[in-house]
Design a protein around this ligand. Structure first.
Ligand code: HEM
Length: 445
């Protein structure tokens, strides 16, 4: 039997509409159960995202955005979604409480050349091998900085190296003043800091005019500018093929640095004597030989020793889905911690831009430790800076010695500008000073 169904176009349309409505209804219901709230953030352009809205000082732009979107917000740099975290409480949540979830590092083009991708600081992989790597590097650094000094006037090897470098700084500053009338201290300070690490790692320091050493110091400047939060090459992959200075700077710097370190490590491998450990490189070789001999378990190979030493020379991603401030943050989200905002938060610091060291003292003239702990410069949690103790001791000895021995002055009519040049680290703009050896009782600027 054949049925003839007379279906009109109107009925077909109504049936289709009903089906679409049911489909949308079921889909919405399904999504409702697992609706995840994403962080707020500014509208972004296709392909470039918010990249060109960041300006020369992205940390200030983030502070402006924070006023509108709160401590946690999301933007797009190129095609990459980036989570920006501000405010001490949220930063602590990320770095201390939820630390393993935020311990990854983004796969950025600018950092990929360091130690040929095996760097501890910028390694994309966070896991057991990274933990072993960090532990070995940290032990070697601690043991060697606290090792006995050769001279009896210093309490440890680190103090001895730092004292030697700061004496050289005092000499360079006074000589440059008498020769040129004034000097820009930035290069000499970079040489002194790099020399302390060279002395610890390789048992060797360089003269401030050594060509090989100066080449690395000079390319370092370009690198710091290039490795900032706003380098398009890290966020728009096709940019990396353009012949621009900002794109090639990291490759040039890391190539020179890797070569410099590899030469020293190779030299140490050939001259290594287990009964005479000279420096950190020897200590790393020793750890590897001992560990392998006693347990036959994996330690660091020669390439990893090179990369560990590079780390001592020298943004994160989420490792799993997580939530922050009630927002859903998917795995592998690139995360920026706005440390500048924490250190300039007016709810913590009264007039934060004013240089007022006495703000850290309580009414009895003692150090206010709870306030000191609110300064965030070395990070927190498992990715915290490995060199914090070295850096703190070094800064203390550098500053006290320079101020005790020299009277520093600005040049007549020159204004000092504290606005930093933004990059991987914040550097001061070029400036000129005059230095004079203190006769007891003279005053300084
Ligand atoms: C004033 C000087 C210094 C400052 C402000 C500083 C700051 C930092 C910061 C903010 C981090 C990143 C933390 C994170 O990713 O969450 C870091 C990591 C690191 N720093 Fe420093 N640092 C300084 C000096 C040093 C020195 C002298 C060394 C070595 C001798 C060093 C070795 C490292 C290493 C190896 C890491 C990577 C740690 C990791 O990823 O687990 N730092 N530093």
């Amino acid at each position: 039997m054949i049925f003839h169904l007379a279906v009109t176009p109107g009925e077909v349309t109504i049936t289709l509409i009903i089906l679409v409505v049911i489909f949308v209804f079921v889909k919405t219901l399904g999504n409702k159960g697992r609706k995840r709230l994403s962080p707020p953030g500014p509208w972004s352009f296709p392909i470039i995202g918010n990249l060109f809205q960041l300006g020369d000082h992205p940390y200030l732009t983030f502070m402006e955005m924070r006023k509108k979107y709160g401590d946690v917000f999301m933007l797009r740099l190129g095609m990459v979604p980036v989570l920006v975290v501000n405010g001490m409480e949220m930063v602590k949540q990320v770095l201390l409480k939820d630390t393993e979830h935020f311990a990854g590092r983004p796969d950025m083009h600018s950092f990929s050349f360091l130690a040929e991708g095996k760097s501890l600081s910028f390694s994309v992989n966070y896991g057991e091998s990274w933990k072993l790597h960090k532990k070995i590097a940290s032990n070697a650094l601690r043991t060697f900085s606290k090792a006995e000094a050769k001279s009896s006037t210093c309490s440890c090897l680190l103090e001895e190296h730092v004292t030697e470098e700061v004496s050289e700084l005092v000499k360079v500053f006074t000589e440059s003043t008498s020769k040129n009338g004034s000097f820009d201290p930035r290069n000499a300070i970079t040489c002194a800091v790099a020399n302390v690490v060279c002395a610890l790692c390789f048992g060797k320091r360089y003269d401030h005019s050594d060509k090989e050493f100066l080449r690395i110091i000079k390319t370092n400047d370009d690198l710091l500018k290039a490795s900032s939060a706003a380098n398009p090459v890290d966020f728009i992959p096709c940019f990396r093929y353009l012949p621009l200075r900002i794109i090639n700077a990291p490759r040039e710097f890391y190539r020179a640095l890797n070569k410099f370190i590899a030469l020293h490590v190779q030299d140490h491998i050939t001259t290594y004597d287990k009964d005479h450990i000279r420096d950190i490189t020897d200590a790393l070789l020793n750890t590897c030989h001992n560990k392998y001999a006693s347990t036959k378990t994996a330690t660091l190979n020669d390439d990893e020793i090179i990369s560990t030493v590079s780390d001592l020379f020298g943004a994160g991603i989420t490792t799993a889905d997580t939530t922050l401030n009630g927002y859903f943050i998917p795995r592998k989200t690139c995360t920026f911690i706005n440390m500048y905002q924490v250190n300039h938060d007016e709810t913590i610091w009264d007039n934060p831009s004013l240089f007022r060291p006495e703000r850290f003292l309580n009414e009895n003239g003692e150090l206010n430790k709870s306030l000191v702990e609110k300064v965030l410069i070395f990070g927190m949690g498992i990715r915290k800076c490995l060199g914090e103790d070295v850096a703190r001791n070094e800064i203390f000895i550098f500053i006290t010695t320079v101020l005790q021995q020299l009277s520093l002055r600005t040049c007549p009519r020159a204004e000092l500008d504290l606005t930093p040049t933004y990059g991987l680290t914040m550097k001061p703009k070029p400036y000129q000073l005059q230095a004079e050896l203190r006769s007891s009782g003279s005053s300084s600027v």
